[in-house]
Design a protein around this ligand. Structure first.
Ligand SMILES: CC(C)(COP(=O)(O)OP(=O)(O)OC[C@H]1O[C@@H](n2cnc3c(N)ncnc32)[C@H](O)[C@@H]1OP(=O)(O)O)[C@@H](O)C(=O)NCCC(=O)NCCS
Length: 208
């Protein structure tokens, strides 16, 4: 069930969570995100330093502020950007959470767990009759899985997935660099694939 009604077009001023707020992207937050540290392979898709380029920054801001199916937020603690998260309100499979990223300098303090929790609570209130939540995650992203489990997500499916960007990197890196994720990738029919988990969270889930 997709959310098509007009009210889903609104962006909240902010979503309050536990010790953080989720805010729509703005220029100041974007500048902060551009300054986050890089993770590199295999998390290179999350690196944000390209936002130092003014053209890239404008593109990102425009995309993040669009009133289409996606809602993009930056997690903020005391005016400091500490994470980012997005949701597709109209994915056929459900409320699809994606773009979950916390830079190393703000890591290991539960930012991921708290921002996912804040977003799903808000979505449950905002769209009480909406569909359940899901996300897809690379099988090697074990820290992310711990956060997702802590807020009620469980693995419901495992798939082999062709991720163009990751696949291109896998051609370039050495076997030693591939080694840490070796059990989660395969070379199949002439291309690299990565194992992904689909994780779902039922509506109304509460920690025991
Ligand atoms: C995955 C990610 C979002 C986690 O963010 P975070 O705010 O540090 O996560 P949390 O503080 O909620 O920690 C989650 C768990 O991972 C553990 N963890 C996080 N970073 C860790 C590290 N570098 N080393 C060891 N454990 C780590 C935490 O201790 C915690 O485990 P616990 O629940 O047993 O205490 C962040 O590391 C990240 O952005 N990684 C790169 C992009 C990515 O993988 N995104 C998810 C894609 S689906």
């Amino acid at each position: 069930m997709a959310l098509q009604n007009r009210s889903s077009n609104q962006y909240p001023a902010e979503i309050r969570g536990d010790g953080l707020v989720l805010r729509p992207w703005d220029r100041d937050l974007l500048r902060q995100v551009a300054g986050w540290s890089e993770r590199g392979f295999p998390y290179h898709a999350f690196d944000m330093t390209h936002l130092k380029d003014p053209v890239e920054a404008e593109k990102m801001l425009r995309r993040a502020q669009e009133r289409g199916p996606h809602r993009h937020f930056v997690a903020v603690e005391d005016e400091t950007a500490v994470g980012r998260i997005a949701v597709n309100l109209r994915d056929e499979a459900g409320l699809y959470i994606w773009g979950v990223h916390v830079p190393e300098e703000h890591g290991r303090r539960g930012v991921c767990r708290r921002m996912v929790d804040a977003l799903v609570q808000w979505l449950e209130e905002r769209f009480p009759r909406g569909p359940a939540f899901l996300l897809s995650t690379n099988a090697f992203a074990t820290h992310a899985h711990r956060s997702y489990r802590a807020v009620g997500f469980e693995i419901s499916e495992t798939r082999w997935h062709f991720d163009r960007e990751l696949s291109e990197m896998l051609w370039k890196v050495s076997p030693a660099e591939r080694e840490p994720i070796a059990e989660h990738i395969r070379f199949y029919r002439g291309r690299w694939e990565v194992r992904v988990y689909i994780m779902r969270r039922r509506r109304g889930w509460r920690a025991m």
